[in-house]
Design a protein around this ligand. Structure first.
Ligand SMILES: *[C@@H]1O[C@H](CO)[C@@H](O)[C@H](O)[C@H]1NC(C)=O
Ligand SMILES: *[C@@H]1O[C@H](CO)[C@@H](O)[C@H](O)[C@H]1NC(C)=O
Length: 251
């Protein structure tokens, strides 16, 4: 599972480096990897919520930053999502309350499917179920249904794209892959980010969408604060995905 993820991500990165990432297509199969204008940067976090997530949302808020969380219901825990709790500096919270907290702070709640299933291995009904169940979880928490999804491992094909589109979702990928799941340390992650962002021409290069995972404590506690100060030194404004691409976050 983990090595398949790494291989797919490598394949994806190779494509990204071969040509500058762009937003491709419209309607079915449209794929967003960049913002629609220069000067803005979207931090995105996949695979949560887990025990790191509430504190991350709070830290970003203390920095006046809004971000986008691509959430699962059954990924790092198998117990019922709505009643499973996590300890936070504001007391014990259910994961439903963590999603509510994101929304209260202006972060966006997006779908990374219900169980982090690789959608290309499912039939159309199963893909729809993965999306609908996660939409239900998010709706129970915040009373809104997500319009953004990110396929686990970035894996899609024509049949999956048909379902994503027919259920009203935009497919949100990234152009800056920190590969935080490799845990190679800040210096390596910093190089990966700089290899892309240091080449930007201010006022010209379209803004970026970065990929991180809030389930990894080092990504939350070490990489994120570095990104915040580095991107501020580049005069980037942090935006949610909806602001980045100019589409509503909810259906
Ligand atoms: C966040 O915004 C508030 C209100 O504008 C301001 O007082 C505060 O200094 C800002 N904090 C940071 C870390 O930029
Ligand atoms: C950021 O903005 C400041 C103030 O306008 C400017 O002096 C600096 O050159 C800018 N930095 C970059 C990397 O554009």
């Amino acid at each position: 599972m983990r090595s398949a993820f790494a291989l797919l991500s490598l394949a994806f990165a190779a494509v990204s480096f071969a040509a500058p990432a762009t937003n491709t297509g419209s309607g079915t199969g449209a794929l967003f990897q960049r913002c629609n204008r220069p000067g803005v940067f979207a931090l995105t976090f996949d695979d949560g919520p887990n025990e790191n997530s509430y504190g991350l949302a709070k830290y970003l808020h203390s920095e006046n930053i809004t971000a986008t969380f691509f959430t699962n219901s059954r990924n790092f825990f198998s117990s019922p999502f709505d009643t499973t709790t996590t300890e936070t500096e504001d007391g014990t919270k259910t994961y439903q309350e963590v999603l509510q907290y994101y929304d209260q702070l202006g972060h966006e709640v997006a779908s990374h499917t219900f169980s982090h299933a690789v959608l290309t291995s499912l039939n159309a009904d199963q893909v729809a179920e993965e999306l609908n169940l996660q939409s239900d979880t998010i709706f129970r928490a915040i009373g809104k249904r997500p319009a953004f999804m990110r396929p686990p491992e970035g894996a899609t094909n024509e049949a999956v794209n048909q379902v994503i589109s027919s259920l009203g979702y935009s497919n949100i990928n990234w152009d800056v892959d920190t590969k935080d799941y490799e845990h190679l340390g800040l210096a390596t992650e910093e190089e990966r980010v700089r290899a892309i962002v240091d080449l930007d021409v201010p006022g010209v290069t379209l803004g970026h969408i970065a990929l991180q995972h809030d389930v990894h404590a080092d990504s939350v506690n070490i990489l994120t604060p570095w990104l915040v100060q580095y991107l501020r030194s580049k005069n980037y404004t942090f935006v949610t995905v909806s602001d980045c691409i100019g589409l509503p976050a909810y259906q």
